[in-house]
Design a protein around this ligand. Structure first.
Ligand code: G4P
Length: 522
């Protein structure tokens, strides 16, 4: 089979949501479609299990799939589906953001009873910035939720994206009758648990089911729909592909209701792998040269071996196990023998892979996040992965000062791996670590102890707002604990402001000092 045919079958996406909106429940449903699991409720390990920070392996064991099996793939109809997990809760880390650089589309799940929540906004911004097509599933219709129109308004206002409801709910909670599937001109009737009936609207209009069509909720919804048809935006697939319009589906992942029709429509519409930007222009996925980039490095995935696995997104050509590739950053060649494919409950060996697929490659410590791997003589590199704004900052020291050499080495390597971001205070040169989630610190602490044999002391300095200074010469007397002056890895000065108030106050007082927000997402 040629590469183009394989590319056309690939659908690689992530599900983003705020914790508890229903991401796991939805993932389980999709895995059931792919027949990877038979019963719902098998994906999640212990959800709220407390873990000892000293044992990273225990963390993995207890979290089960949410940490280790972060990529799932299965065939569905004529497609090959790759779902990438975006860890949330206290697992939220830069990996969560970086995962979004490796997908071709995103499903955003919103809880109908709560509307848009904080974590969804953060993840959404990354998608928007990268122009990733976003499909919205408004979940928990079996509960009394917010009014559908106000939910759409909220998406449009808060996320600044046009919406197009692909279906429209008739009632919610106890009054829930079903959904008008606008896209397929049918009514999907809710018959309680695990049952739905598809009724073509044409037939309903001709009186095929008067018990339903005379129902007050049905009639009210039909009127709403007429208004929507007149006043709402038109469906525009080009806009969807540019990430400017989001098709919205209502349903319930738990019931389940509307999930199959959502997935069938989504899987047809979701884009397959497209050309990606490199230092030598766009590289098309059906280019014969194998290429890909590393978007995540995970340590200790297998408790038996203290190994690291680099997650590689295949971008062009065909991957074959045992092939020799080049790492253009160093010019070195590497034979890729040990590879893994990720499935829901186990990790098998992957012999071949195509654009859109994610493979795990054994990392003896040579890779960095953002690295390109290539076949043959080519030497292009994929665009650098964006840096994401850390929000939590901690001062870090070695418990035992005699270990400062290992301490520095460990920190240096973990920074290179992209596990943490490092800043040094000025002029005292203390280390400050920035991360987007608490888990990053736990993993950092554990790895420093077990891989570099150093006990670290972490002291929180809270959430901070980083702003860069343009001037090389700065008056350090203007800064203190509240507005902390630090340098980044490149030696650039920046200030970690305590909060928005401190930032505004500083700006008012020193309007001659230019403050730059370097992160693309904020
Ligand atoms: P997450 O991965 O996004 O954090 O959410 P998850 O799927 O774990 O769902 C969070 C809670 O919401 C779970 O209940 C789940 O059963 C429930 N839920 C998911 N989809 C729906 C839906 O369509 N309707 C309703 N009514 N509930 C839904 P829980 O009680 O917190 O956990 P569990 O013990 O049932 O797993």
């Amino acid at each position: 089979m040629n590469i183009k045919q394989e590319v056309d079958k690939r659908k690689t996406f992530a599900i983003i949501s705020h914790p508890d909106a229903g991401k796991t429940t939805m993932t389980e449903r999709l895995l059931m479609f792919g027949q990877l699991i038979r019963e719902a409720g098998t994906v999640k390990g212990k959800k709220s299990g407390k873990f000892a920070t000293s044992d990273w392996m225990e963390i993995e064991k207890q979290r089960g799939i949410s940490v280790t099996s972060s990529v799932m793939n299965f065939p569905y109809k004529d497609y090959k589906v790759n779902i990438l997990d975006t860890p949330g809760h206290e697992d939220f880390s830069e990996d969560t953001y970086r995962t979004l650089t490796a997908v071709d589309s995103v499903v955003m799940i919103i809880d109908a009873t709560k509307g848009i929540e904080a974590q969804t906004i953060k993840l959404f911004k990354v998608c928007k910035m990268r122009g990733i097509p976003i499909f919205t599933f408004i979940n928990k219709l079996d509960r009394e939720g917010r009014d559908p129109l106000s939910l759409l308004e909220q998406i449009e206002e808060v996320l600044e994206i046009e919406t197009y409801p692909m279906n429209w709910p008739a009632g919610m909670g106890k009054r829930f009758l079903g959904i008008f599937d606008r896209y397929h001109d049918q009514f999907i009737k809710f018959n309680g648990q695990e049952e739905e009936t598809y009724l073509p609207l044409e037939e309903l209009r001709q009186g095929s089911n008067e018990a339903l069509t005379n129902h007050p909720t049905y009639q009210e919804t039909e009127e709403e729909l007429m208004l929507l048809n007149e006043a709402g935006d038109d469906f525009n697939f080009d806009k969807v592909l540019r990430g400017e319009q989001t098709p919205v589906f209502f349903g319930s992942a738990l019931a389940p209701f509307g999930v199959e029709s959502f997935f069938d429509t989504f899987i047809e519409m979701a884009p397959n792998p497209k050309a990606r930007r490199t230092t030598e222009g766009l590289i098309s996925p059906d280019n014969e040269t194998f290429s890909g980039f590393i978007f995540k490095i995970q340590a200790n995935m297998n408790p038996q071996h203290r190994d690291r696995v680099a997650f590689l997104r295949v971008c062009s050509g065909k991957f074959e196990r045992g092939m020799t590739v080049t790492l253009p950053r160093t010019g070195k060649t590497i034979k890729l023998n040990q590879t893994q494919e990720f499935v829901a409950s186990s990790r098998g060996t992957v012999d071949e892979a195509y654009p859109g697929d994610i493979i795990g490659i054994y990392d003896p410590g040579v890779y960095r996040i953002g690295d390109t791997l290539l076949e043959g003589k080519a030497s292009f590199q994929y665009d650098e992965l964006p840096q994401f704004p850390p929000e939590l900052f901690k001062r870090v020291t070695a418990k035992n000062v005699m270990k400062s050499k290992q301490f520095k080495k460990g920190i240096e390597q973990l920074v290179q791996e992209g596990a943490i971001q490092l800043f040094t205070t000025y002029p005292m040169e203390n280390y400050i670590i920035g991360a987007v989630g608490e888990l990053q610190y736990q993993v950092f602490e554990h790895r420093m102890k077990y891989e570099y044999n150093v006990d670290v002391v972490l002291e929180s300095i809270g959430e901070r707002i980083p702003r860069w200074l343009t001037n090389d010469k700065v008056d350090s007397s203007l800064f203190d604990e509240r507005n902390m002056l630090v340098k980044d890895r490149e030696g650039q000065f920046l200030v970690l402001f305590k909060n928005q108030f401190a930032l505004n106050w500083f700006k008012d007082k020193h309007d001659d000092i230019e403050l730059i927000d370097l992160f693309e997402v904020n």
